[in-house]
Design a protein around this ligand. Structure first.
Ligand SMILES: [Zn+2]
Ligand SMILES: [Zn+2]
Length: 94
């Protein structure tokens, strides 16, 4: 969490707007545009539909590896850079 440099009471969060990503305060009108290639943190919360096998390079961040996770109802694979990257995909049948 980044404190707002203007009001010091709010926190900045990265959101995507019509002109690309920007950083905005949640309690005042402070806004700062970010470079178009800025990684939106919440944008990494991707649920892929394509089944992946464990060991596959994470297609969202390109750095992590998909590892098998245990869910209550169905097994799935998730990025090992969690919680920075929250990509999940169904576990491919072996
Ligand atoms: Zn503020
Ligand atoms: Zn990832």
């Amino acid at each position: 969490m980044k404190p707002c440099p203007k009001c010091w009471g709010g926190t900045l969060s990265v959101r995507s707007g019509p002109h690309g990503p920007f950083e905005g305060c949640n309690s005042c009108a402070h806004k700062r545009n970010l470079p178009p290639d800025h990684k939106i943190e919440t944008g990494n919360r991707a649920s892929l539909r394509t089944p992946l096998t464990p060991g596959t390079r994470c297609p969202t961040c390109g750095k992590g590896t998909m590892v098998e996770r245990q869910a209550r109802f169905r097994p799935f694979v998730g990025c090992d850079r969690h919680p920075q990257c929250q990509t999940t995909a169904p576990l491919a049948p072996i």
